[in-house]
Design a protein around this ligand. Structure first.
Ligand code: SF4
Length: 261
């Protein structure tokens, strides 16, 4: 699996969709990196959110997040949104039949508050197309309007992420090996398939202790007991000289202590 340890964690009762940026920024801090330093995060499609990907890019965090469909109202695969080409320079789409979809003036807002732009094909062109029945909604046909597509304001960053996932396939494939190792060790080998405590704070503490054991086991297998002792002694000396708190020891020994009941 390589030299992998867990640098940060958080137990939440929310889903992954809005967690990518905050966790990645926390990981950067835990690694003592500066805001201008760059890292790459690998994540599964549960984390695929344009807003989060854009936030990561703003914080010098490259993303390799498995893409999800960006949505299309069409049921026929020949005319789903991914079959339309976006031309960034002139801000319009080209449909599979080579017809332009023009940008409408204003920005609209989705139910979740994310602004999006709207693109529409000319009815004069769509109505003569053999695919009109599968491509243009009945409502649009009645209103003599061509095919409509929307594009949220984060889609440039999502497109960049999708290209990188494709180009860096081998790197992305490492995600499963990296992520599944802690889960298989903790759940299958050690039997921690559930927590014994209740409430977010206590579960955070319990899980923190489990991860502490996991990290110690990893560190011992990577650099051995002698290496760990030397690293702690060196870190202590450096921190003492820098007049900084001994963060390495704090993180190793007291990360999220469980609440005593
Ligand atoms: S209906 Fe219009 S947008 Fe759809 S494929 Fe035909 S020309 Fe293109």
């Amino acid at each position: 699996m390589g030299k992998v340890t867990i640098v940060d964690y958080e137990v939440t009762n929310k889903n992954d969709f809005s967690a990518l940026a905050s966790l990645s920024i926390k990981a950067k801090k835990a690694l003592d990196l500066q805001p201008e330093d760059s890292i790459t995060v690998l994540a599964d499609k549960g984390y695929y959110s344009g807003e989060q990907i854009a936030k990561c890019h703003d914080n010098n965090i490259e993303t390799l997040v498995a893409p999800k469909s960006k949505g299309s109202k069409s049921k026929d695969s020949r005319v789903t949104k991914d079959k339309f080409t976006y031309i960034k320079k002139s801000d319009h789409y080209i449909c599979p039949k080579g017809i332009k979809l023009h940008r409408q003036g204003k920005l609209y807002k989705r139910h979740d508050g994310i602004p999006f732009k709207m693109y529409v094909g000319h009815w004069t062109e769509c109505r003569n197309c053999p695919w009109v029945g599968i491509c243009v909604s009945t409502g649009s046909q009645k209103a003599s309007r061509g095919r409509m597509l929307n594009r949220n304001i984060y889609e440039d960053q999502m497109d960049e992420n999708d290209i990188q996932v494709n180009v860096r396939k081998n790197e992305y494939r490492r995600r499963q090996a990296i992520v599944e190792h802690p889960f298989s060790t903790i759940k299958r080998q050690w039997g921690f398939s559930h927590t014994n405590l209740k409430s977010l704070k206590k579960v955070n503490g319990e899980f923190g202790l489990i991860l502490l054991c996991y990290n110690l086991k990893r560190v011992l297998s990577i650099i051995g007991m002698k290496g760990l002792k030397n690293a702690l002694i060196n870190k202590k000396k450096t921190d003492y000289n820098d007049q900084k708190p001994n963060r390495a020891c704090y993180e190793i020994y007291f990360s999220n202590p469980p609440e005593t009941s």
